[in-house]
Design a protein around this ligand. Structure first.
Ligand SMILES: Cc1cc2nc3c(=O)[nH]c(=O)nc-3n(C[C@H](O)[C@H](O)[C@H](O)COP(=O)(O)OP(=O)(O)OC[C@H]3O[C@@H](n4cnc5c(N)ncnc54)[C@H](O)[C@@H]3O)c2cc1C
Length: 512
């Protein structure tokens, strides 16, 4: 019988996993005993500040009050991403990937009617009210909108360090998670190869029936102990390094962007995330194409251009090996977070996969050891599929670029480096738009609408002449007008982004 779970690692992955499982199983008659062990000698990675809207549901399930989260984690709203310089690198090269679905999505073939009626307009700007809200610096909800509810779909920007501490306090105080600050030295095994216990420096052996490896990139249990290899992805997605720095605002009332800005560089891209008290800015790049010094010079130039500041702190250097584990659940050990894999920060998929992994472990928590092998098989199949879809989706951002200014961009468009499934989809999309039937799993990491936003944002055009559907023209036009009219209404009704965050911190939001 599964009664004890040990989670190793107190980064975002460890605490999100502990929170989700504890919140959903604490009312059970034979309550689970959950222990989280975190090494005082190994700091969490401290980056990972952009999330998907799924984080709202995750925090709600964990039982966190959204207002408390805003106060404790220096959190802000994220309504999507703006991609600058990805298509051709020209001065006005910019498009949005908003979190809200296009108006009328699934009702009519919006891309076909966009190309027929308004080919000169940016796709996202025509079908969604949200890009304008971002440009105008509006919050995605009102003062009276209850916690976790949205007027326009949103996720968060947050301070990763504060997020871990906030979840730790909540999990310990409200959910009964037992916290052990200690370094895991080795694994004690059963004869059959299962993990029996973890040997710690000061607390002896800590036993459990299920062990969750949230030890970050070192993957202590799954990677090091069990030797489950990483399936490398650098031949598809080249980035393997990052420089991260915090940039102060020039004034306390400076606007907070409610979208992530992703600005293409000569061999990578720069993220720019607005929190209430600072910006988090980082350059992700491929070390094969650019030196650390050149990457830092591009980062400094970007910060000087966007804030006028030239005296920023020395950026933190991070290295990663893009890939995901051959399997994620082996015997009585499952890896969640960086220990399971990491590709790159584009589109903030990592925390979304953490949330999905923790939710599946919690929902399918095996009652017996025999059931565990079945759940493990299902888990491995589900997450291999999801990592592959993440890779396809991220590669989509690069492969359509018309930039040829550096070897990085030229190589990124090499068809030989495009995964076969994405190649097949791109062939199909030459004559039709991405649709829900292309992504048929119940829970996809990225919805088909996101593929439309990126595909057409990157300048791709489908040839819809085989099935022109003129009968849909009026209906589509209605949705285009609806998006424009909603944008006007929301601009009138939604507060300034910083003003709402300030209000939440002082007065809180209405509880649901
Ligand atoms: C440059 C960069 C940018 C990113 N940006 C984003 C983003 O915008 N959005 C997003 O979703 N994701 C992003 N990510 C990914 C995100 O940072 C991670 O998915 C997230 O922080 C989870 O990390 P983790 O908890 O798995 O690992 P970590 O934060 O590294 O935590 C590892 C934990 O394991 C513990 N540990 C290690 N060894 C031992 C031991 N022997 N004994 C006991 N404990 C041990 C450590 O003490 C630590 O608590 C980014 C990643 C990088 C590299």
């Amino acid at each position: 019988m599964l009664r004890r779970i040990v989670i190793v690692g107190g980064g975002s992955a460890g605490w999100l996993t502990a929170g989700l499982i504890a919140a959903e199983h604490r009312a059970a008659p034979a309550a689970l005993h959950i222990t989280l062990i975190e090494s005082p000698d190994v700091a969490p990675i401290g980056v990972g500040e952009g999330t998907w809207p799924s984080m709202r549901d995750t925090l709600r399930r964990i039982g966190v009050a959204e207002s408390d989260f805003f106060r404790a984690c220096d959190a802000a709203f994220k309504q999507g991403s703006r991609f600058n310089g990805w298509v051709d690198g020209s001065a006005d090269d910019s498009y949005f990937h908003p979190f809200s679905l296009p108006q009328g999505y699934g009702e009519v073939d919006l891309p076909a009617q966009w190309q027929a009626q308004h080919p000169q307009r940016a796709f996202a700007d025509l079908v969604s009210y949200q890009p304008l809200l971002c440009v105008q610096g509006r919050a995605p909800k009102q003062v009276v909108t209850p916690e976790y509810a949205a007027v326009a779909n949103y996720g968060y920007h947050l301070d990763a360090g504060k997020f871990g501490l906030f979840l730790r306090q909540h999990c310990q105080e409200k959910l009964g998670v037992h916290y052990v600050a200690d370094h895991v030295l080795s694994v004690v095994s059963h004869d059959n190869g299962d993990i029996a216990a973890l040997r710690t420096q000061q607390h002896g052996d800590i036993e459990a029936e299920l062990f969750i490896d949230c030890t970050g990139m070192q993957s202590l249990l799954l990677g090091q102990h069990y030797g489950v290899p990483l399936v490398p992805q650098q031949h598809v997605l080249y980035n393997d390094a990052a420089l991260a720095v915090q940039v102060p605002y020039p004034a306390d009332d400076y606007p907070i962007a409610s979208h992530t800005c992703s600005t293409a560089q000569s061999a990578g891209w720069i993220w720019d995330i607005g929190l209430p008290t600072r910006r988090g800015v980082g350059h992700v790049y491929a070390s094969r194409y650019i030196s650390d010094d050149q990457a830092e010079a591009e980062l400094r130039a970007y910060i000087a251009r966007t804030s006028g500041q030239t005296d920023i702190a020395t950026p933190r250097k991070l290295r990663f090996n893009p890939g995901y584990r051959e399997k994620f659940w082996h015997r009585n050990c499952v890896a969640i977070g960086l220990s399971a894999g990491f590709i790159e920060p584009l589109e903030a998929s990592a925390l979304a996969i953490v949330e999905m992994s923790a939710a599946m472990v919690s929902e399918e928590l095996p009652a017996t050891r025999a059931a565990m092998d079945i759940v493990a098989k299902r888990f491995n199949e589900a997450f291999t599929y999801r990592w592959e879809r993440v890779i396809d989706f991220l590669k989509l951002h690069y492969v359509l670029s018309q930039r040829r200014d550096t070897a990085y961009w030229r190589d990124n468009t090499d068809p030989a480096k495009v995964p076969e499934r994405l190649q097949e989809l791109l062939t199909l999309w030459q004559h039709r738009a991405p649709s829900r039937s292309d992504f048929y799993r119940i829970e996809e990491v990225f919805p088909s609408a996101s593929y439309q936003y990126i595909l057409y944002g990157m300048g791709f055009r489908s040839d819809f002449s085989r099935a022109p559907k003129p009968q849909e023209a009026a209906m589509a036009d209605g949705y285009f007008h609806e998006a424009a009219s909603l944008a006007r209404k929301m601009l009138g009704a939604l507060p300034d982004n910083r003003a709402l965050i300030h209000h939440i911190k002082r007065h809180g939001l209405q509880k649901i």
